[in-house]
Design a binder for this molecule. Structure first.
Ligand code: ATR
Length: 278
């Protein structure tokens, strides 16, 4: 029986939770001849690596840092990936490529009962994660303010995405009472868990829903701040599982067992956290 191989390329890539998620999904669906691997690929050989994985019968790869932008000239990105300027899912047969961070984020908002149509949303950050969030939120009809440490990057991002979003200061953004605040920066991510993207001298708006794309730790300082101000906080693990689920469906044509993938990611994260505490 032929083996269907998939994997995640990145440099470094050892931390990726994707093998745990996808292999758990294969097991749950009895897909015994499917296998998902960690594939460390240095940036300078990415084109060669894609060709070799393809020649060796790999079905597809996920792409993580720092290769998401670098693979672009070597694949056929769809409209969404082109707009965002980054790819995270490649089908090797035809080199078609997309960015499943967008449906990952939007599906997770929906799964958590957060409707963004016509709602005021503040996006914190202007990197790759923020580009995916702003693209998805704009398509869903949100009214978007973008706040970034380096304001020029926010302006460049909005211009490049060609969406109706407003770069502004945090002070200006909170004056228009937000319904949702999304952290797309890396601030607060392990090991810097005491940090928050919310400045200490700005009171947290009361009763606001926040979404933190950071998933390690599962409950970030930013999430705790929102809850302390009477709001609701959602962590980024669901988005991670759902971007994986969207890739799984592209490659296999089967419905992904999202809960299995989410549980697998959570189990590995918790095991890592307890191993580091001992
Ligand atoms: P990614 O592709 O994961 O989004 P990135 O492109 O490096 O990563 O973007 C990281 C984001 O986090 C940026 O918006 C960055 O702000 P700058 O554009 O000003 O660099 C933001 N960020 C990172 N560290 C930060 C910090 N200590 N304070 C505020 N913002 C920070």
């Amino acid at each position: 029986m032929a083996t269907y191989r998939l994997g995640v390329i990145g440099w470094p890539v050892e931390h990726s939770l994707s093998p745990a998620m996808h292999n758990a999904a294969f097991q749950a669906l009895g897909m015994d001849n499917w296998q998902y691997e960690l594939l460390p690929v240095p940036p300078d050989i990415v084109r060669l690596a894609l060709r070799e994985f393809r020649n060796h019968g790999y079905v597809g790869v996920n792409v993580t840092v720092p290769l998401k932008e670098l693979v672009m000239p070597h694949v056929r990105p769809d409209e969404r990936a082109q707009a965002i300027g980054a790819v995270n899912t490649i089908t090797l047969r035809d080199l078609s490529a997309t960015n499943t961070d967008v449906p990952g984020f939007m599906d997770d908002l929906k799964a958590n009962g957060v409707d963004v149509a016509g709602k005021r949303v503040i996006v914190l950050g202007a990197g790759g994660a923020a580009r995916a969030a702003v693209y998805g939120l704009a398509q869903a009809g949100a009214v978007i303010a973008v706040v970034n440490r380096t304001p020029e990057r926010a302006e460049q991002m909005v211009e490049a995405l060609k969406v109706d979003a407003m770069p502004m200061t945090l002070e200006a953004a909170i004056r228009v009472r937000p319904d949702l605040i999304v952290n797309c920066t890396s601030v607060g991510m392990w090991p810097n868990t005491n940090a928050s993207p919310w400045p200490a001298d700005v009171p947290f708006p009361e009763g606001v829903t926040v979404y933190d794309m950071v998933y390690r730790p599962e409950r970030t300082r930013f999430m705790a701040q929102a809850e302390a101000a009477g709001g609701r906080a959602i962590g980024g693990l669901g988005m991670l599982a759902r971007q994986g689920a969207a890739a799984f469906e592209i490659w296999t044509g089967k419905q992904a067992p999202v809960d299995v993938m989410l549980n697998a990611a959570r189990t590995v994260l918790r095991a890592r956290e307890s191993a580091e505490k001992t």
